[in-house]
Design a binder for this molecule. Structure first.
Ligand code: GLY
Length: 324
């Protein structure tokens, strides 16, 4: 039997137990809609087009920590990272520390296709984006975000959050600082077995200006290779990067493990070596199998496989994630 095309998207791993039912429902509706729309792109175009489109829609939604919804740095700026990879060619494109553009994932793709490099950062990336025809968007810092910033910042100043000396100490002593890690991402496979991966983020609240996490680093936030599979991660970027989580997951698949086994093994290594409450990952293997695992309270996720009537959507581990 041939490979059934599938798109698997995530809206981030984090402590969704703190969210209101309304906020959770908003995410579920978006995950469902975006899985349907990006599946259409997968069928009519390619796995690469589908993962870019899925991430672009999540960036545009404002509901996740990417694009329009990106959180603020310690000096109240937006600094976003994104990465994309084509498993057929191993081509990679990524952008880091970009401030005034709504769709970093599409800039990453242009860097992949139209430059000789795989990662461009900061002001140079913004210049390049304008050269490519992307219009700057100065509406990413909203009143709502500034209010949220004040709450997070004041709590930090009052000593309710520890100083950001070392990320590990923050994760250990103040895990709620990382409660809202809604990085977005997607993996897909088409009927020819071509896989792709994409990921995009605003990082996390109060990160230092100039900080770059796992998301634009190939093998950390994303990886794709037709000979193994594709993976896309979400969580504390420093933790993900230390174990090169997405590459590790793909290497498990390369060595014959299913996508589900590979995700579980990769998250087990992360938990053992770095700690709990650090990340989640989704993957597709080269046979069209899918998998996910996380060591956080929840992970927003949605999958649409050819033949399904509608996507499966879930956030918490105990929720059914039914694929018919
Ligand atoms: N995983 C998102 C970040 O740490 O930037």
């Amino acid at each position: 039997m041939g490979i059934k095309p599938l798109i698997f998207i995530h809206g981030g791993a984090g402590n969704y137990r703190l969210f209101s039912e309304e906020a959770l429902q908003r995410r579920r509706v978006l995950l469902n809609e975006i899985a349907v729309k990006s599946f259409e792109v997968l069928i009519s175009k390619s796995a690469l087009d589908a993962v870019e489109y899925a991430v672009k829609l999540m960036e545009d939604s404002g509901a996740f920590n990417a694009g329009l919804g990106s959180v603020l740095t310690l000096n109240k700026r937006v600094e976003m990272d994104a990465g994309i990879m084509d498993g057929k060619t191993l081509n990679v494109g990524a952008v880091a520390c970009i401030s005034n553009f709504g769709n970093p994932i599409s800039i990453a793709r242009r860097i992949m296709e139209e430059t000789d490099h795989i990662l461009i950062a900061g002001v140079s990336a913004e210049r390049l984006a304008e050269f490519f025809g992307f219009k700057p968007d100065f509406s990413l810092i909203t009143e709502e975000k500034l209010e949220r910033f004040k709450k997070v910042y004041d709590a930090w100043i009052r000593g309710e959050r520890k100083r950001m000396l070392k990320i590990r100490e923050i994760v250990m002593s103040s895990p709620d600082l990382f409660n809202f890690l809604d990085t977005v991402g997607a993996v897909a496979i088409d009927s020819d077995g071509n896989v792709a991966s994409a990921v995009s983020t605003g990082g996390y609240w109060l990160k230092l200006p100039g900080r770059i996490g796992d998301v634009p680093l190939v093998g950390c936030g994303f990886y794709a290779d037709n000979e193994a599979g594709a993976a896309s991660a979400s969580g504390v970027g420093e933790a993900i990067a230390k174990v090169t989580l997405s590459k590790m997951c793909c290497d498990f698949m390369r060595n014959g493990f299913s996508a589900q086994e590979a995700c579980e093994k990769a998250i087990a290594v992360l938990t053992r070596r770095i700690g709990d409450n650090t990340a989640g990952i989704i993957a597709v293997d080269k046979t069209g199998g899918y998998g996910f695992a996380f060591n956080t309270a929840g992970m927003c996720r949605s999958i649409f496989i050819e033949g399904m009537e509608k996507p499966a959507v879930a956030i918490f581990p105990e929720e059914p994630f039914i694929v018919d």
